[in-house]
Design a protein around this ligand. Structure first.
Ligand code: PLP
Length: 434
């Protein structure tokens, strides 16, 4: 069906100001490569690669065909004490892409991956006789999805405010956005590694032996795009090691080439104990998420009776055949087309384009890393109003971006060319200068 719906009420849309949306509904009809086309025939560059997830661009034939073929062969089989080959194949293929990780637990989304990782961390300590480790540490401005655990360790007040306290033992480190010291940094900012010591403070306050895990996005995304200060992630790793805390990288956005390497932990040379992924794992074609674990973490679960599940956790659709087929075809396409290599090659022109916009009125910060970036506009008395207004004008000019308060975030498909990057820069200049 591709005609304008005559009723926009039944669908309760996610994270949407529905009354504002309905005043001027932006409805996308089709997509191809780095472009969207709306119902009215308006063509736009998809500046956010779906929602940081269509890494190889839209409607990629090899992935579409793999899904079609799988649906006609084995549409579904569950994985509770039985299996199907393609789930094992996908797990092998994906762990090969993540050196140092030997296992993956499949979920259906990034939010489920985060909650699964937090539960694995708690159960890991319990299995090793350290069940007193209950504290889960997150960070201000962090986005870890919207389920109970991820929202608890997340740090975006607007997302949490409607629900109150969820997990009682969640603590938060400060965010790493030091606007006064680091504004307009290219890539990783110089200042702020000391902010990792907030984890040490939490250990001193509550006892390091009570902390189960610390979770961070290597590059914070949905909170506003904040690359980690130089040395910050290594400092977190050292504190975790000192206190026996599991370090979790939430790579739901940064995974699958966003920074020019398969995963961000490779880019930064800091290895977590657990890693979440989703989004680009299937190029967003079929929902799939996963938690990558090391052999050491997995081993702790294998000392119980062999006839009992080693983890009392799983989803009906864990390892769904269609998602697994999509993941394998996506991994092949990333390899065959050199998609991550292109992201790496384009990160320089991307950085140059973004920072060339620094002179535009109202721009108070620009941040970038790999093929992620954000322009921060000065807020007026209504925070978010300028961001929303710029988003509307950019849409009309032919670019979709993601307003986060007064930040305009972007994460284009990793197949962008210098020409696309130039077009994005031109649209920003036209809209923000006027
Ligand atoms: C870092 C991070 N974790 C988790 C999630 C949640 O993923 P999903 O929307 O697939 O549940 C997101 C989504 O943007 C994310 O950016």
């Amino acid at each position: 069906m591709n005609q304008m719906p005559n009723n926009l009420d039944a669908y309760w849309m996610p994270f949407t100001a529905s009354r504002w949306f309905k005043e001027n509904p932006r409805i996308i009809a089709s997509a191809d490569g780095v472009h969207y086309t709306t119902m009215e025939g308006h063509r736009l560059i998809d500046g956010t690669g779906g929602l940081w997830c269509c890494n190889a661009g839209h409607n990629r034939k090899p992935i579409v065909e793999a899904i079609q073929k799988q649906a006609a062969t084995l549409d579904f089989a569950h994985s509770f004490n039985q299996g199907h080959a393609i789930a094992f194949e996908a797990a092998n293929r994906l762990t090969e892409m993540a050196p140092g990780f030997d296992h993956i637990f499949f979920t259906n989304s990034g939010s489920e991956a985060v909650d699964t990782a937090l539960k694995i961390a708690l159960a890991y300590h319990q299995a090793r006789g350290e069940g007193q480790r209950r504290v889960l540490v997150g960070r201000q401005k962090a986005y870890h999805g919207i389920n109970f655990g991820g929202l608890s360790v997340g740090g975006i007040g607007l997302n949490k405010g409607q629900f109150g306290t969820l997990y009682p033992d969640a603590k938060h480190m400060r965010h790493t956005h030091l606007l006064d010291r680091n504004a307009f940094s290219r890539g990783q900012p110089e200042h702020g590694d000391f902010l990792a010591d907030d984890l040490e403070e939490i250990c001193q306050t509550y006892g390091g032996h009570t902390v189960a895990a610390c979770i961070v996005e290597p590059v914070a995304g949905a909170g506003g795009v904040f690359p980690p200060p130089k040395g910050y992630l290594q400092r977190l790793r050292n504190i975790c090691d000192r206190h026996g805390i599991l370090l979790i990288f939430d790579e739901v956005i940064s995974g699958f080439g966003r920074l020019g390497t398969a995963f961000a932990y490779q880019k930064f040379g800091v290895k977590p104990d657990l890693m979440t992924a989703a989004k680009g794992i299937t190029n967003a074609t079929v929902p799939l998420g996963g938690v990558f674990t090391t052999g050491g973490v997995r081993e702790a679960f294998l000392s119980g009776p062999p006839t009992m599940p080693d983890l009392f956790h799983g989803y009906t659709y864990s390892g769904h055949p269609l998602a697994c087929a999509a993941a394998i075809a996506t991994a092949d396409l990333y390899r065959d087309e050199g998609v991550f290599e292109n992201a790496d090659a384009m990160s320089g022109p991307w950085e140059d384009m973004l920072h060339s916009l620094a002179d535009l009125p109202g721009v108070i910060d620009i941040r970038n890393m790999g093929l992620v970036g954000a322009l921060q506009l000065e807020s007026d008395e209504t925070v978010g109003a300028r961001g929303r207004a710029a988003f509307e004008k950019l849409w009309d000019a032919g670019l979709s971006c993601r307003p986060i308060g007064d930040n305009l975030a972007m994460s284009p498909p990793l197949i962008v060319t210098e020409e696309h990057i130039g077009q994005i820069g031109d649209m920003f200049r036209r809209v923000l200068a006027g």
